[in-house]
Design a protein around this ligand. Structure first.
Ligand code: GLY
Length: 350
């Protein structure tokens, strides 16, 4: 697994040089796109990466709708009809949904072909496209069927952020804050200062640091059996808050925004249970409030959010477990939290 990080030379040009190597001499490339990346990203990709100019492309629906077994089956059938073989390489050009589905299809086809992730969203660049988690949804629940299957290459080029809607960008900024909270206090401070100062410039070096942190965690625990859980800071709350936000009368939140809100709860409980300094909670709350309107939940809302939290895949022995922080850069996994603590933290978000 190789990650091409943003630097002073174009990441896509470096990808092109890599594809000229012996490993890819017999490869036939298919590019997986959705309607957005077909319209906005395919031309920049092939204009920088001449080795992909002859690639065939496959289009899937935008968003979670593409993470479907029936769509994976159609893609396998198309690959088969096109004569794809074990040297075929699937190039996933898109956000987390495209890379989750494309990785899944690659993992299953002929018992596993290679794939390359080219994330086009900020969340993809700092999280989803790195680490080899692939999945489709089942029975209305996210990521229920999948494989660990590492990409040959993840190529991160901030060029694609130019066409990204603000909401998507903000979601990615929250994932960056999460990554720095677990792994880089200096960059956490710097990004927070920037956001509090009213600047929303997503710096390439910060994206690179996030991708490096994620890659190091994945290397230490590729199958998510222990330390990789630190990447879920804010996510036990975030997933439940995201699901609840789609109820009637609520403001729908994307994944990154919901994680951003969930981080307030995680830091609140970190203060209560692990003696994280209160100033860290206060500062994070200020930063988050600059990026989004923090919700004011009622007691009834907290009961509904709790229903989702009880279903979290990371729970064990009937307990809800969270990642919390002892300090910035010092996460602790598998902390059991009781339901009253969760209610309390949800009521204190704002
Ligand atoms: N997004 C969390 C992980 O890759 O483990």
């Amino acid at each position: 697994m190789k990650t091409i990080l943003p630097s002073h030379t174009s990441s896509l040009s470096r990808l092109n040089r890599m594809l000229a190597g012996k490993q890819y001499a017999d490869s036939r490339f298919f590019i997986l796109v959705d309607e957005n990346t077909y319209n906005h990203c395919l031309v920049p990709l092939v204009s920088h990466v001449s080795h992909l100019q002859e690639a065939e492309f496959l289009e899937v629906p935008v968003g979670e709708d593409c993470k479907d077994l029936a769509i994976a089956q159609q893609l396998w059938e198309t690959l088969l009809e096109s004569g794809a073989d074990r040297d075929t390489v699937l190039v996933n050009l898109g956000g987390g949904c495209v890379s989750d589905l494309g990785g899944f299809v690659a993992a299953g086809f002929k018992r596993g072909i290679g794939y390359i992730n080219i994330p086009t969203t900020l969340i993809g660049m700092v999280d989803a496209a790195i680490g080899g988690k692939t999945a489709v949804n089942l029975g209305g629940s996210k990521n229920q069927v999948g494989f660990f299957h590492q990409p040959y290459i993840t190529c991160i080029d901030p060029l694609f952020l130019d066409t990204l809607p603000d909401e998507e960008l903000l979601g990615g900024v929250f994932e960056m804050l999460k990554t720095f909270l677990i792994g880089n206090p200096e960059q956490y401070q710097a990004l927070g200062d920037m956001l509090l100062g009213g600047t929303l410039e997503v710096r390439a070096d910060m994206i690179a640091t996030c991708a490096e942190i994620k890659s190091a965690v994945v290397k230490a625990d590729p199958k998510d059996q222990g330390i990789r859980h630190i990447l879920n800071l804010g996510h036990t709350f975030g997933h439940a808050i995201e699901s609840f936000s789609h109820h009637e009368g609520q403001q729908p939140l994307g994944h990154g925004m919901a994680v951003g809100v969930g981080l307030v709860c995680a830091l609140y409980l970190s203060v209560k249970k692990l003696r994280l300094a209160t100033e860290h909670l206060d500062r994070y709350r200020q930063v988050a409030a600059k990026l989004t309107q923090l919700p004011q939940y009622t007691l009834k809302d907290t009961e509904e959010i709790l229903t989702y939290m009880r279903q979290d895949k990371k729970n064990a022995a009937g307990e809800i477990r969270c990642v919390l922080l002892q300090d910035i850069g010092a996460p602790v996994i598998d902390i059991a939290v009781d339901e009253n603590e969760i209610r309390d933290s949800l009521l204190k978000i704002k």
